[in-house]
Design a protein around this ligand. Structure first.
Ligand code: ATP
Ligand code: MG
Length: 575
């Protein structure tokens, strides 16, 4: 490709709306443009990278026996109503109605649609297992689209669904996908981490996320450098703290806390640490109010609470409910004299003595509260998010924390969708069973952004060879001068003939402009044809990721370029 023919509108200035490197660089290098918030047009260079990532994903899915199909983005509401997700999925779903009033959505994911396909086609155990996948556009009306392709409203996803006879079969499918995902991200040149994840609203048992560690990440992770344990904080198990020697229970004491409602306000006002407070949160679980106690400086983990309560829906209670159960305005709830049937407390609360709680009256808190003497706890459970410094649930060493962005997610679904939609098979003995499923997603476009997050410097993108839009660029210093122009042309056609994906920067621009663009776009190999080298029939070769350039005989250039490409790709190929 000639740059004079290319459509890669590079930008010199930093786009104001772009907060992270990948978003900035994708705009600056002319890989994409925004259509509306969270919706992008992929330009030639960007789309080439997307297709390369898709190809890697495709190869790894096929290697595990995956079969590629393509389903519609337009999905009938009935299937989503059958799984109850038409309501449960919430406002992230783009819903629409056709001219005769029939309801549809633009698929945010495809569990229902794949399950329905299988339900109508698969009858016998002989047809299982099956691994079906697609690479297709998804729609999610994200509350906060941002970071370019990282959190878009329209994005490309690879989604694979596994269909097995039993749990053992599901284990095999899951392990295959675990391996496929590890290989995909390795081949893409991403430094990733695999973390245990919460199964959330998808239903199911096992789940792992493949994440990249980034400052801008929206997922909180903890990991152990001793034993390798890593988990999303929502998932990470917190152990009960060691009991400290019982300190003497002090008498209860009421304190006035005018207009002090939050933990920070109350602890600041009383001159104590937030960890000396216990907050009382009023939740409504499947319609029933419950009180939840947790140390003042901790974050409640709703996923854990939902699991512990065995509830489908939980949400913080509204003002009216809070006033009803506490007898006080919001901000002063406490466990003493509370009218709820269930008072559930985090494990840490069990080890606390003489703590501060809300007084269930306006502007009132109570000091020296103690479980047992002052109120009863229905049940203790692990309810908080893990934090840095917590003991590792596996080996007890201290956990580290990091922010991450999920690029891939694998899930054991079990029978949630096959039961809801009636996807069953008949075994050897003529017995009917629901098909056991798994669901496995990779955000293709998010992966492109993640590759850039892992591979860039101040000058631009540094594409790993495996996904680069082009492998090499040939830059004549001055196209109006012979023999620079003809030599560059010759190198360009020879490399092309030898199968190298090569770009010729044939623009009549200053060399500085061409070098800047080449660095910004990030071609892995740069070949400069200049007057000095030509006298000795030499050109300059430089790798984007290294600082050094070397002079190479033109006659030896094609072999050298091919060997660099081979080596770079080999380094990105898992053993
Ligand atoms: P997140 O927690 O980041 O919202 P998710 O749990 O909603 O992700 P999944 O439903 O598991 O994501 O989707 C599978 C994959 O699709 C994710 O691993 C991610 O790579 C990609 N993905 C999800 N939402 C988006 C989005 N809004 N923009 C781009 N890619 C996305
Ligand atoms: Mg999401």
């Amino acid at each position: 490709m000639r740059v004079s023919w290319m459509y890669a509108p590079t930008l010199r200035e930093l786009p104001a709306e772009a907060e992270i490197a990948s978003h900035r660089l994708m705009l600056r290098a002319g890989l994409m443009r925004k259509l509306v918030s969270g919706v992008y047009s992929y330009l030639p260079l960007g789309y080439r990278v997307i297709r390369r990532v898709e190809q890697i994903v495709r190869e790894e899915m096929d290697r595990q026996g995956g079969l590629e199909i393509l389903m519609s983005a337009l999905q009938p509401a009935e299937l989503w109503k059958a799984s109850k997700r038409w309501e449960e999925y919430g406002p992230e779903m783009f819903k629409l109605t056709d001219r005769s009033g029939r309801e549809f959505c633009l698929g945010p994911t495809h569990e229902e649609i794949f399950t329905a396909l299988i339900r109508d086609e698969v009858r016998s155990y002989r047809q299982l297992p099956l691994l079906l996948y697609q690479i297709q556009t998804k729609y999610r009306d994200e509350i906060r689209p941002r970071f370019g392709l990282m959190r878009a409203r329209e994005f490309i996803m690879k989604d694979l669904y596994s269909f097995d006879r039993d749990e053992a079969g599901l284990d095999v499918s899951y392990r295959k996908m675990y391996e496929a995902y590890s290989r995909v991200f390795f081949r893409c040149g991403i430094s990733y981490m695999v973390v245990e994840a919460d199964v959330g609203a998808m239903g199911g048992t096992d789940s792992h996320e493949f994440v990249i560690v980034t400052e801008s990440g929206e997922a909180d992770l903890v990991f152990c450098t001793q034993c390798g344990y890593a988990a999303n904080v929502e998932r990470a198990e917190c152990r009960a703290p060691n009991k400290t020697a019982d300190s003497e229970m002090l008498p209860l004491e009421e304190v006035e806390t005018p207009e002090m409602r939050t933990i920070d306000e109350v602890s600041g006002f009383l001159g104590v640490q937030p960890s000396q407070l216990v907050k009382t949160l009023i939740y409504v679980a499947d319609g029933v109010p419950v009180a939840v106690l947790i140390r003042g400086d901790r974050d409640l983990n709703e996923a854990k609470l939902r699991r512990v309560l065995g509830a489908t829906n939980i949400a913080l209670a509204d003002e009216e409910t809070i006033t009803k159960v506490t007898g006080a305005p919001v901000g002063f709830a406490g466990p003493i004299g509370l009218s709820v049937g269930c008072l559930i407390a985090d494990l840490e609360v069990e080890a606390m003595t003489n703590f501060i709680v809300g007084g269930n009256a306006r502007d009132l808190h109570i000091k020296n509260a103690n479980v047992g003497r002052d109120f009863k706890v229905t049940r203790y459970a692990d309810l908080r998010n893990a934090v840095q410094g917590d003991p590792c649930p596996r080996c007890g060493a201290r956990l580290n924390s990091a922010k991450g962005t999920e690029v891939g997610h694998i899930f054991k679904l079990g029978t949630k969708y096959s039961q809801a939609l009636g996807a069953r098979y008949v075994d050897e003995n003529g017995q009917e069973h629901p098909i056991i499923m798994g669901s496995y997603g990779i955000g293709i476009t998010r992966t492109v952004a993640a590759i850039i997050e892992s591979n860039h410097d101040d000058d631009g993108i540094i594409w790993p060879m495996s996904v680069a839009p082009y492998q090499a660029v040939v830059i004549p210093i001055n196209v109006t001068e012979e023999p620079q122009r003809t030599t560059a042309e010759e190198i360009y056609s020879e490399l092309g003939r030898r199968g190298v994906e090569v770009v010729l920067d044939d623009r009549n621009e200053r060399p500085g402009v061409k070098f800047k663009d080449a660095d910004l776009i990030g071609y892995p190999i740069r070949i400069v044809v200049g007057p000095r080298g030509l006298d000795a029939r030499q050109v300059e070769v430089k790798l984007r990721r290294s600082k050094e350039a070397k002079m190479v005989d033109i006659a030896a250039l094609p072999d050298l370029v091919l060997s660099i490409i081979r080596e770079e790709v080999a380094a990105l190929t898992p053993q």
